[in-house]
Design a protein around this ligand. Sequence first.
Ligand SMILES: [Cu+2]
Length: 215
Amino acid sequence: MEFPVGRAGELRFQIRDQRRRAVTRFAVVHDKPMHLIVVRRDLTGYQHLHPTMAPDGTWSVPLTLTEPGVWRAYADFTAVADDGGQTAVTLGTDLTAPGGYAPRPLPAPATTGTVDGFTVAYEGTPNAGEPTPLRFRVSAGAAAAPLERYLGAYGHLVALREGDLGYLHVHPQSGRDGDAVTFQLTVPGPGRYRMFLDFQVAGVVHTAGFTVTVP
Ligand SMILES: [Cu+2]
């Protein structure tokens, strides 16, 4: 699918089952039946969107690709079969914004980032193939920022691997842990990852990004 750079378009898609029928039953997971992550191949331009479904199973969402290049869209959902069985799946597809693609190098690895006046820092070191706790703390100036629930959780963490664009989406296992929120992250293998933490303060969602190298 092609999107002119910087112009508001609409992404439309269907999820099909093994018999190529459009799936129309989805479980609500974290308040939404469909989570759509869109990012350019160099892991810039991250967007987390929530499409809406027409009765025939066609999903649509307004989408603007802000810079030229190939972008990856991940549809993250749980399909409900006729017998009620649920299958959690993430499917990916490429989107194109025509023009000269000038990929940016990943930012240097860091455990602290700033976004919209907040400082976000985490503790923990992801290891390939084993669950590792990552503890994030969000502060505004010297004080801890009062995190609010966003889509049923105090934070959403998406990790994407440079190169193959492998996708991981995790939620905190419990609520807040003091002023921090902890995720158990299991990365599938070595590489450089870009992690995106969505969090909400005062009704506004912010996204902090971190580069991490997994040996
Ligand atoms: Cu979502």
